[in-house]
Design a protein around this ligand. Structure first.
Ligand code: 5GP
Length: 193
């Protein structure tokens, strides 16, 4: 097991409805030393990629993205959730369905912060059905930028997102892939990588 898998086993809680709760170290209280290890690992895995920006989505991807960005020495742009229907032409817009909150959000990125010269590493905390990633990919494409890679902390391998994104040809690296989890007895099985 790697450092993140060990931490998930120690502090993660399997909930009903295919939800893994990791709020004691990843997306509510945040263990920055763990994030540092994740940043170093993403830098190692994408060492050959020429990254100009990290892109993530509000809110729980932001903390990880900031630490990863230090390893690549580039800025972070996060897609903001927006309720406004009157979005002007200065924004890239995508619709994203939230896995955890079961609602649809528009996410926006200002056209000032992404363009055709950008080589993007997308970072997020979880990959489930892939809606968040599809939204981010569509925003980068609309800007004319290139998605060089996607780094995910925890992929739930029993949901469709990972396969879909890999089938589209993206370079997707997940630090932990959960292939099975059981809410009743709390067991978690990881994919060998
Ligand atoms: P997707 O769009 O791939 O279906 O879901 C990804 C988003 O949903 C992530 O940004 C994450 O915030 C949230 N998410 C999905 N599954 C889980 C989960 O099992 N636990 C937690 N804490 N968040 C999740």
């Amino acid at each position: 097991m790697n450092f993140l898998e060990e931490r998930i086993v120690k502090d993660g809680i399997v909930k009903e409805g295919n939800v893994l709760k990791v709020d004691s170290f990843l997306n509510h209280q945040m263990d920055i030393n763990l994030f540092e290890e994740m940043g170093a690992e993403f830098k190692h895995r994408f060492a050959d990629a020429n990254i100009t920006k990290i892109v993530t989505i509000e809110s729980s991807g932001i903390g990880i993205a900031c630490i990863v960005a230090r390893y690549f020495n580039v800025p972070v742009v996060f897609a903001k959730k927006s309720k406004s229907i009157n979005i002007d032409g200065d924004m890239y817009v995508a619709e994203v369905e939230s896995f955890t909150h079961k609602c649809k959000n528009q996410v926006i990125v200002s056209k000032k912060f992404l363009n055709e010269d950008d080589h993007i590493l997308i970072i997020d905390d979880f990959l489930a059905n892939g809606c968040a990633l599809q939204g981010l990919i569509s925003i980068v494409s609309e800007a004319g930028g290139t998605v060089e890679g996607i780094g995910i902390a925890i992929e739930k391998g029993f949901q469709a997102g990972g396969r879909m994104i890999r089938n589209l040809g993206y370079r997707l690296e997940s630090l932990a892939i959960v292939d099975n989890m059981d809410a009743e007895n709390g067991t978690i099985e990881f994919r060998e990588q």
